[in-house]
Design a protein around this ligand. Structure first.
Ligand code: GLU
Length: 308
C-alpha cells in the first residue's frame, strides 16, 4: 500500500472514534478545541511528505516539548548528574501526580516526561540560562522541528498559568525537598515551563521532529541536528515513559516509541526511518489523543513498524 493510502486508511479508521475522547479541560483554553478535528503526517524514508486531514492545524505542543527540554538538559549536563534530579523510570500514576512524586526514590520525579520531571529539567536549565531559558528552549525547538517561525500561544499560556494548581503544588514540593534550587524564582520557573508547553505546532512539524529522532539525529540533508547518543536516550524514554501510565499498553498496541501531549499531538520515533506525527484533541483517560493513538495503531500495522 502506498504511504498516502496508509495515512488515509488510518484516518478513516480512527475518525470514527472522535466521540470517545475528551479535550483537556483543566486548561480552559484547551477545552475549546474541536475534538472532531484530526490530522496526520508521514515523511517517508526518502524524505517525501504525506498529509491527511487537518495536518496544518496549529495546536499547543504541551508535553511533547518535554523532549526538547530534556534534550537541552542532556546538552548541558552529564547524564549521571541529571539522574540525581530526574529519574528514568516509567510512571504508574497520572502525569501530574503528587503521590507519585511523594513516594518516589529520594523524591525526585520518576522521569523527564511527566510534569514534575519537566519542571525540574527547566530549573536545571535556569541555573545556567536564568531568564533566557525560555528563549533557549524555543530556539532549540526551532532547530529540531526545523521551523524558525515557531511561536507560543499567549492565550494558552495565560490560561494554563491561571489554572496550574497541580503544577504549583508539585513545584513547591520539589522546592521543599530541595530537588529544585531554592534560589530559583518559582513564578519565573513556571512561566518558562508554561510558555514552552504553549508553543504552537502542527502534525507536519511533529513528523519532522519524528524524522530526525528516527534517523539518530540526522535531518533529510544528513545534517546532525541531535547527537546520536541523545537521540537514542530520548527514543528509549519515549518507549518507556512517553505516553504516561499508558506506556505499556501503547507499546503492545502500537509498538513504537512515542510522546504525547494534552494538546492532542503524538510524535513517534521509528528506527525504520519514517517521520510520523498525528493530532486530535480528544484525550483518553491517561491524557493521550484517543484518535491519534488509533491512527498510529493502523499506520504501525500497515507499515510493519512494531519494534517489539
Ligand atoms: N502543560 C501541561 C501541564 O503541565 C502538559 C501536560 C501534558 O501534556 O502532559 O499540565
Amino acid at each position: 500500500m502506498k504511504i498516502q493510502e496508509v495515512l488515509q486508511k488510518s484516518y478513516d479508521y480512527a475518525i470514527k472514534y472522535t466521540d470517545k475522547g475528551v479535550a483537556a479541560n483543566y486548561i480552559p483554553e484547551l477545552a475549546k478545541e474541536d475534538k472532531h478535528r484530526a490530522g496526520g503526517a508521514i515523511i517517508s524514508k526518502e524524505g517525501e511528505l504525506y498529509e491527511v486531514g487537518s495536518a496544518r492545524y496549529k495546536f499547543s505542543i504541551q508535553s511533547i516539548i518535554k523532549i526538547v527540554i530534556y534534550l537541552c538538559v542532556l546538552e548541558n549536563y552529564d547524564f549521571d548528574y541529571i539522574k540525581k534530579f530526574i529519574g528514568v523510570k516509567p510512571s504508574s500514576k497520572a502525569f501530574n501526580s503528587i503521590i507519585e512524586l511523594e513516594l518516589s526514590n529520594k523524591q525526585i520525579p520518576v522521569n523527564p516526561f511527566i510534569n514534575a520531571g519537566a519542571i525540574v529539567a527547566c530549573s536545571l536549565l535556569m541555573e545556567k540560562y536564568g531568564n533566557n531559558t525560555f528563549d533557549m528552549i524555543i530556539n532549540r525547538a526551532r532547530e529540531v522541528i526545523e521551523d524558525d517561525k515557531l511561536d507560543f500561544s499567549r492565550s494558552i499560556y495565560s490560561s494554563e498559568s491561571s489554572s496550574a494548581f497541580a503544577n504549583r503544588a508539585l513545584t513547591y514540593m520539589l522546592l521543599n525537598n530541595e530537588i529544585i534550587d531554592r534560589e530559583i524564582n518559582v513564578e519565573d520557573l513556571l512561566n518558562t515551563y508554561f510558555k514552552s508547553c504553549s508553543i504552537l505546532v502542527d502534525a507536519v512539524d511533529l513528523s519532522r521532529l519524528s524524522f530526525i529522532l528516527s534517523r539518530n539525529g540526522k535531518d533529510i540533508e544528513n545534517k546532525q541536528v541531535i547527537d546520536p547518543d541523545h537521540a537514542c536516550i530520548i527514543r528509549t524514554l519515549m518507549a518507556t515513559c512517553g505516553t504516561y501510565d499508558y506506556s505499556g499498553d501503547f507499546a503492545i498496541r502500537i509498538g513504537l516509541p512515542a510522546k504525547s501531549g494534552v494538546g492532542g499531538g503524538i510524535v513517534t520515533a521509528s528506527k525504520a526511518g519514517y517521520g510520523i506525527g498525528v493530532y486530535c484533541p480528544g484525550l483518553d483517560s491517561h491524557g493521550n489523543s484517543y484518535v491519534g493513538t488509533r491512527m498510529l495503531e493502523s499506520i504501525s500495522k500497515e507499515l510493519k513498524l512494531n519494534i517489539y
